[in-house]
Ligand binder design. Structure first.
Ligand code: ATP
Ligand code: MG
Length: 395
């Protein structure tokens, strides 16, 4: 495919993460190509080509087996900020450029290397090779300017440093401290996409550890992050769970977004419920209200948020049952019971047991004399008043 562009007289380089990963001896996740052919010209050359993208016109070339190679025309940094652009600005963002300009608009030096298939050589406009060998993450250009242009680059610096276990170059690091607040201005849905990438990368723990050391948790997670930052216990719980999560993902197991976000929010949910749960008749409402009041800049889609809260509410009741021997078994009929049981095994045993109700098994082991699902004695607590919902949460 690089050859076909070459034969037609175009430059075509392998770019971005793929070059970096190949040089590091890692398996690239995907292959991106940059070329001086315009999107229309790319389309003419490849029958299996689809032009996509609102912000930037890109060509997706599809191969058998579903593999997609993204081909983009060399660009330069647009003059305008990319946040909140309107449809008519698409053209302005589509500012084509030279290969050199394309390298300089990229985020960090090790992500701006080009591999030229025609000469089998690396083209390095930005000192990326040296940084690669010194294991350094360095912003291209002036970090303050580049972070101001696009604050997500702060997030990307931390991501790549964490994943590769590279050190962050001094200026690149210092400007994080002065500019990290800008992240809250980014679009919530874009931040959500970034968070998804780190939760599912197999390097969630190193990413969160590093982010915490740059005081980023209160910025990306609002008051939730603030609480985590201020509590060693919550931080330890979170890091422990992320470690388990990373292990599962690195073994190649796919987990749902529900599970990712339930893990992320569990230490906080548990804290809120221990603190205020007993006073609240409706724990799910309590959690939703607290979540919405957290001024987190990331937009967690409503459906996901409600699933996660539901799941964690059940999980908390399971943990409570393991302490007290009392469980409201009606919860087993709830939609999210299965996810809660999966999380229970993750939190309690550090792994996911498939094909069994891990909570029911553990509960019976600890309380062999209590009968399980559906056969428990209903116990009226003294002081139970008609019209309150206290029994709902304690049965
Ligand atoms: P991954 O292995 O996670 O895919 P990646 O480096 O390929 O890492 P992508 O998000 O796929 O990251 O982006 C592809 C390339 O686009 C990057 O290597 C980088 O050169 C460039 N890039 C991505 N985001 C930005 C940004 N915010 N600012 C400047 N350049 C960026
Ligand atoms: Mg990539």
């Amino acid at each position: 495919m690089l050859y076909r562009l070459n034969r037609s007289g175009f430059k075509a380089y392998l770019v971005g993460g793929a070059v970096r990963d190949l040089l590091l001896g890692k398996n690239p996740k995907d292959f991106d190509v940059a070329t001086d052919a315009r999107p229309g010209q790319i389309k003419k050359l490849f029958g299996n080509c689809f032009l996509i993208g609102r912000r930037f016109r890109l060509a997706h070339i599809r191969f058998r087996g579903g593999k997609i190679i993204e081909v983009a025309t060399f660009r330069r940094e647009p003059e305008e900020s990319v946040e909140g652009e309107s449809e008519t600005e698409t053209d302005r963002n589509n500012t084509f450029g030279t290969p050199g300009e394309d390298a300089f608009r990229r985020d960090i030096t090790i992500n701006a290397l080009f591999y030229d298939i025609a000469t089998f050589s690396i083209i390095d406009y930005v000192g990326g090779l040296e940084d690669l060998s010194r294991r350094k993450i360095r912003i291209i250009g002036d970090p303050s300017e580049r972070y101001t242009e696009d604050p997500v680059r702060i997030w990307r610096v931390l991501r790549h440093a964490a994943r590769l276990n590279f050190t962050i170059e001094d200026k690149t690091a210092r400007a994080i401290e002065t500019h990290r607040g800008l992240i809250t201005n980014c679009s919530g849905s874009r931040l959500f996409e970034e968070l998804n990438r780190d939760m599912s990368s197999g390097y969630a723990l190193p990413f969160f550890r590093l982010s915490a050391s740059y005081a980023l948790l209160p910025i990306i997670l609002g008051n939730i992050g603030m609480r985590i930052e201020q509590s060693d216990g919550m931080m330890d719980t979170l890091f422990g769970l992320l470690n388990i999560l990373d292990g599962i993902i690195r073994k190649g197991e796919a987990l749902s977004q529900d599970i990712f976000y339930s893990i992320l929010f569990w230490p906080w949910v548990n804290e809120v419920l221990q603190e205020k749960g007993h006073k609240s008749g409706d724990r799910m409402k309590l959690l939703t209200d607290e979540f919405l009041a957290s001024s987190m800049p990331i937009t967690v889609p409503k459906g996901l948020r409600s699933n996660v809260i539901h799941t964690l509410y059940i999980l908390e009741r399971m943990m409570h049952a393991m302490q007290t021997g009392r469980m409201k078994w009606a919860l087993t009929k709830r939609a999210r019971y299965h996810e809660a049981a999966t999380l229970f095994s993750l939190v309690e045993h550090g792994r996911i047991r498939h094909g069994e109700d891990s909570f029911a098994v553990s509960f019976r082991e600890r309380f062999p004399t209590r009968n399980g699902i559906g056969t428990h004695r209903r116990k009226r607590r003294r002081g139970y008043r008609k019209g309150t919902h206290s029994q709902h949460t304690h049965g």
